[in-house]
Design a protein around this ligand. Structure first.
Ligand SMILES: NC(=O)c1ccc[n+]([C@@H]2O[C@H](COP(=O)([O-])OP(=O)(O)OC[C@H]3O[C@@H](n4cnc5c(N)ncnc54)[C@H](O)[C@@H]3O)[C@@H](O)[C@H]2O)c1
Length: 254
């Protein structure tokens, strides 16, 4: 096992769920000391069991007060955060854009876009203090090309992709790198939440087969395959890499 994150303090948001949990567990296995943030306190406790010494904070990624509390807790319990992975996100309604309700639009943007911005806003100052850092935001292949079904989600992830690039340019000279991953469909609760909106069992099976066929590898990715890409972008091996939107998608946008 590598110890490439030995002694480093890392925060993972969305840590109670699929990709956040896999990322947190991988960073912990490789030596990181973790602060885990999510709105789901029970799921956080399960992830903490995989990450010895982890500190958990339950809260809403779209709330400035909650994210600020997470940053303050990290500082008090573990010290300034050097590595940040922002996995908290929601998929929203599977509808064409003009059929989406205003409240759903606002919530998808609040969690996915404002949440990514708040995490950067409250944790990058820690990195400035220690003179180095790395951030990975979670975009999507739907943040690179339009999605007919997940239209508002796609718009929100497009915003995350360009937030990544702006942040990368803002902080490059401060030795703080900012990249994002753009997963295709990954075998987590979120993927099935979207498929379950397709209708009855037959319609869902058809949606699943259709989704798989969108990926030239003709399968969904695994959470560990995404976590490995996040870990690479957070690691010193990616020392000259910033502002990148890295597809992890079995060739979907190739
Ligand atoms: N699974 C996929 O196919 C896929 C594909 C592309 C991108 N992504 C992105 O990867 C990230 C992780 O997705 P996942 O598949 O692990 O999803 P998931 O639903 O399994 O997990 C998401 C986690 O985020 C948390 N969360 C959601 N809203 C929150 C909020 N307001 N405050 C705090 N926590 C909140 C949930 O409680 C959950 O633990 C998301 O940003 C998602 O958009 C996922």
């Amino acid at each position: 096992m590598s110890d490439r994150f030995a002694g480093r303090v890392a925060c993972v948001t969305g840590a109670a769920g699929g990709l956040g949990r896999a990322t947190a567990a991988m960073l912990a296995r490789e030596g990181a000391r973790l602060i885990l943030f999510d709105r789901d306190a029970e799921g956080l406790a399960e992830t903490a069991a995989l990450c010895p010494g982890a500190v958990t904070v339950a809260g809403d990624a779209a709330s400035a007060a909650d994210v600020a509390r997470a940053a303050a807790t990290a500082r008090a319990e573990l010290g300034p955060v050097e590595l940040l992975a922002v996995a908290a996100g929601i998929v929203g309604p599977a509808r064409i854009a003009i059929d989406v309700e205003e409240a759903d639009f606002d919530r998808v943007f609040a969690v996915n876009v404002k949440g990514s911005w708040l995490a950067a806003k409250y944790f990058i100052p820690h990195m400035r203090e220690i003179g180095r850092g790395a951030v990975v935001l979670f975009s999507s292949t739907a943040g690179l090309v339009g999605s007919p079904r997940l239209s508002v989600y796609s718009a929100s992830k497009g915003a995350v992709t360009l937030l990544t690039r702006s942040l990368a340019r803002n902080h490059a000279a401060e030795n703080i790198r900012v990249n994002c991953v753009c997963p295709g469909t990954i075998d987590t609760a979120m993927a099935y939440a979207s498929i379950s909106q397709a209708g009855d069992a037959a319609a869902q099976a058809e949606a699943e087969a259709f989704q798989k066929a969108q990926h030239p590898m003709n399968r969904f990715g695994t959470a560990d395959e995404v976590a490995a890409a996040v870990a690479y972008l957070l690691s010193d091996a990616a020392g000259f890499t910033t502002g990148v939107a890295l597809p992890v998608d079995g060739g979907r946008v190739a």
